[in-house]
Ligand binder design. Sequence first.
Ligand code: GDP
Length: 297
Amino acid sequence: MFESLSERLGGVFERLTKQGALTEDDVATALREVRVALLEADVSLPVARDFVKRVQEKATGQGVTKSVTPGQQVVKIVHDELVAVLRGDGPADALKIDNPPATILMVGLQGSGKTTTTAKLARRLAEKQGKRVLMASLDTNRPAAMEQLQILGVQIGVDTLPIVKGESAVQIAKRAKTQAAMGGYDVVMLDTAGRLHIDEVLMDEVQAVRDIAQPRETLLVVDGLTGQDAVNVAAEFDGKVGITGVVLTRMDGDGRGGAALSMRAVTGKPIRFVGLGEKMDAIETFEPERIAGRILG
Ligand code: GDP
C-alpha cells in the first residue's frame, strides 16, 4: 500500500542522513520533497501542507541542524508527525459492545467490501472475544448480497438472521434486534445496502435503519484504493448518518495510501480497522505506530 510513498521518503531521508551536517536550507529542501511525496500518495493538500509545516516548526524548535545526527532527528520528527496525523485527537477505542445486544451498523458504497468486512469483524468478535454474534443483511435490492452473508456466516460459524422475502430494510433491522435480544446474542451486525454512488434514497434508508437500530457503532467501510474519494465518501456519510469509525479495505493492494493519512484530519473520525485481503482473517486493528513504521520502512 505504501510502497511508492515509502520509497520516495526513503530516498529523501537517505540523502539527509548521509549528509552529516545540515543547514536550514537542506532541511527545507528535504521537506519540500516530503510534501511532493505526500501529494503523490494522494494525501489531501491541506493535510500535506500542515504536516510539513509542523515538521518544519519542530525541526527549527529542536535545533536539529546543530545536533550530532540531524538527518536522523528529522526522520524521528516525521515519524512522530505521521503517528499524530494518523491518530488524530485520540486513540481509536475498541468496539463498543457493552449492554448486549449491541448493534453495529455497517454502511458504505456497493463494492467497498462491506459484506466481507461484516463477516470478518463478526468472526473476530466471536473468536477473539467469545461474543455471540448475529448478522443480518438489509440489502433487499440484491438477493445475492443477502445470500453472500449467509454463506460467509456458515463458513465462519456465525449465525445469520433467516431471510424473509418482501421485508423492508427497517423491518429486517427490527426483526434482527428482537431475535438478538431473545436469543441472548451479545452483538447484532447489520449489513446495510450499498449503492454505486451516494444518493438520497440510500441515505434515507440508512437513516431510517439507524433510527430504529440505535447502533452503538456505525462503521463506514471504504475502499482504501480510492484515495481522496474514500475520504470524501466518509465525510458525506458522516454528515448524513453520523459514523463512529472507518474501515479501510484493500490495504493489501497497491494504492497510494493517501486515504489512510488524510482520513482522520479531514473527517475527524478514526480508522478502526484495515482490510488486508479477501480471506476472513485478513483484517487488523488500525495501529498508527505500525502504519508509520511501514511508511518509513
Ligand atoms: P460490498 O458490495 O461492499 O458488500 O463488497 P463485498 O464485501 O462483496 O466485497 C467486494 C469484493 O472485494 C469481494 O471480492 C471481496 O472479497 C473483496 N474484498 C473485500 N475486502 C477486501 C480487502 O481488504 N482486500 C482485498 N484484496 N479484497 C477485498
